[in-house]
Design a binder for this molecule. Structure first.
Ligand SMILES: Nc1ncnc2c1ncn2[C@@H]1O[C@H](COP(=O)(O)OP(=O)(O)O)[C@@H](O)[C@H]1O
Ligand SMILES: [Mg+2]
Length: 290
């Protein structure tokens, strides 16, 4: 059986949305749901002044966050195998360690910290690209609960194979359609200084992607309706627009232009900031269930 789905909770509305998304996913996959809250206690010496009772208050609050999260999950799926753990340490580090025995890690886009205009928190910003399992970042409030469509970002490279595997599996479980989207702009004309979109060129590109990247997955998932779309736009805008009402937008951790030390490609980073729907970042180290 696949490992549990792990959710980081911190009592925030985005974390509550993450719990709901993860509980639904666990119910679909038949895997347990594991809730984790990490209590981070800065070392005493690092505090400018001691706060009496702080340690107790942090643990109590953490316990309360976990209880609330458990309630959300149980209410949605009464039969679900749900467990909760209060652990000590820096949240991102704790979640990465716990994710080693999980099949997926789900967090909210924001938490209780940060400031009003921030699109991505420090924990949700750090995990994608660092975890070996798929990391799903959920932004609350914008996605229809009954959405079934899965959108995946593709390019010509083999780097998108793990993302395609995850996306086909999600589409199969949700009995929804799959749209594989390639955001592409032809190079600017040397003289004109702007790009000329040639529908024929786009059509050829679509055909190449269909045959080269999608056909083999279609054969493995005959029940999934999968279509390739070439959109003449920046990949981040193309994906954010097409996936506006999707159940999940799937991207790899890196694209074609992998730069050695970068933990996350620019498209993955961009959609994490700007997509309205949940975003799954699938590491190149991840292999699909089929
Ligand atoms: N202490 C924690 N323990 C477990 N998960 C956490 C913790 N803090 C944050 N998370 C998870 O990470 C998500 C994003 O929070 P975070 O990155 O800390 O944003 P912010 O900077 O706005 O607080 C939360 O919605 C939650 O899922
Ligand atoms: Mg936080």
């Amino acid at each position: 059986m696949a490992g549990p789905i792990l959710v980081g909770v911190d009592g925030s509305p985005p974390a509550a949305a993450a719990v709901a998304w993860a509980a639904d996913d666990a119910a679909r996959k038949g895997t347990p749901l594991r809730l984790v809250h990490a209590v981070y206690r800065p070392p005493h010496g690092a505090r400018s002044y001691p706060i009496p009772g702080l340690d107790d208050a942090l643990s109590r609050a953490g316990g309360e966050f976990l209880r609330e999260a458990e309630e959300i999950a149980r209410e949605r799926h009464p039969g679900l195998d749900v467990s909760a753990r209060l652990l000590e340490g820096a949240p991102a580090r704790v979640l990465l360690r716990e994710a080693e025995s999980a099949s997926e890690l789900v967090v909210g886009s924001r938490g209780r910290g940060g400031f009003a205009g921030m699109l991505l928190g420090s924990v949700s910003g750090h995990l994608p690209g660092h975890a070996a399992v798929p990391v799903v970042v959920v932004r609350p409030g914008r996605t229809a609960e009954d959405a079934t469509e899965v959108v995946v970002g593709v390019d010509e490279s083999e780097g998108c194979e793990p993302a395609l595997g995850y996306a086909f599996e999600q589409a199969r479980l949700r009995r929804g359609g799959l749209r594989a989207v390639y955001g592409w702009r032809p190079p600017p004309e040397v003289y004109a200084g702007y790009s000329v979109f040639d529908p024929e060129e786009a059509g050829q590109l679509r055909q190449t992607l269909d045959v080269g990247r999608i056909a083999a997955w279609r054969a493995r998932y005959p029940d999934v309706r999968a279509e390739v779309e070439v959109v003449c736009d920046h990949p981040v805008s193309a994906l954010v627009d097409v996936a506006a009402a999707a159940a999940v937008l799937v991207v790899g951790s890196h694209g074609r232009s992998r730069i050695g030390a970068m933990v996350l490609g620019s498209v993955s980073r961009g959609v994490l900031h700007h997509a309205h729907c949940p975003v799954a970042v699938v590491s190149s180290r991840h292999s699909s269930p089929r």
